[in-house]
Design a protein around this ligand. Structure first.
Ligand code: 13P
Length: 284
């Protein structure tokens, strides 16, 4: 059994807030998350998807995570998001990530259980926590693409995945999607309640960008102990960079990128508050 020491989601689950997990693609987004979390005195996750981990290099993103974990007394948790590759999960554990996700949602339940278990055994021996996925997160993005109708988590599958793997937290498909929503998402709160009653580990809400705040908070009241937000940060980054490049005539990358970082920070702070995670470092 994981303790609150190495699984902060046990704290948020118990205290009724959610730890926000923000996706980063480079060091500037990473820095924006660190600074916003510091300003809000918040426990947060920094999350790299497979594409980021591979393009930055998992040893480098792992080293950033080791440093920020130490400098924040364990209040910033570096997480590998949506890895469909067991070996990448193991490499992230070896590189010093504090948390990894194995996303077996595209596999049969049996394969999902088998591979999640392999990751859990490897990670737990090294003090790292693991998130699994059951049901499917909709949408198109680097985190995966799914547009079918059978996205909804089945309670008995979630129970099996938890019982047979000993995983620490679970992302569940209840209607959220990665990327911007074309129309307001229809979130199945009833199914979330049923899973929450049957599975005792913290649950994770993916596809945060664009979900109305009151719906996010209803999800948190019903067991979501971690909320993932990515697209909003990336869209803000690119919009600010595009705008800055129209007027900036210098050669100083830091000047340019600090403008970009400063545009992202308020968005992160807002989401920290939506999740009720502001001042959460005091709750440990
Ligand atoms: P959004 O990009 O839709 O905010 O979702 C992020 C996410 O769920 C990453 O796993």
């Amino acid at each position: 059994m994981k303790t609150a020491e190495n699984n902060v989601l046990l704290i948020s689950d118990k205290k009724g807030f959610a730890v926000p997990a923000f996706n980063y693609s480079d060091i500037w987004e990473y820095k924006a998350i660190l600074e916003a979390a510091e300003l809000e005195n918040a426990i947060v996750y920094t999350a790299s998807n497979m594409r980021t981990a591979e393009s930055m290099g998992v040893d480098y993103t792992g080293a950033w995570g080791k440093t920020s974990y130490i400098l924040t007394d364990g209040n910033v948790i570096n997480h590998l998001d949506h890895s469909r590759d067991v070996e990448l999960c193991k490499a992230a554990v070896d590189a010093g990530y504090q948390s990894v996700m194995f996303d077996g949602s595209a596999l049969s339940l049996e394969e999902n259980i088998r591979k999640t278990k392999e990751v859990v055994e490897y990670a737990h021996e090294r003090g790292v926590v693991v998130e699994a996925e059951i049901g499917k997160i909709l949408g198109r993005g680097v985190e995966g693409t799914y547009e079918g109708n059978d996205f909804l988590v089945q309670v008995e599958d979630a129970v099996k995945l938890w019982e047979q793997t000993g995983v620490d937290s679970m992302a569940v498909g209840i209607g959220t999607a990665h990327g911007f929503y074309k129309e307001e998402p229809k979130i199945n709160i009833q199914r979330l309640k049923e899973v929450n009653e049957s599975v005792p580990i913290p649950l994770v809400l993916h596809g945060g960008t664009g979900v109305p705040y009151e719906v996010v908070q209803e999800c948190i009241r019903n067991g979501m102990a971690k909320v993932n937000v990515g697209t909003l940060l990336h869209a803000t980054y690119i919009e600010r960079l595009r705008k800055a490049l129209k007027t900036y005539t210098g050669n100083n990358v830091n000047d340019l990128m600090e403008m970009v970082k400063d545009a992202i920070i308020p968005k992160i702070r807002e989401w920290i508050r939506v999740c009720g995670a502001d001042q959460s470092r005091r709750m440990r």
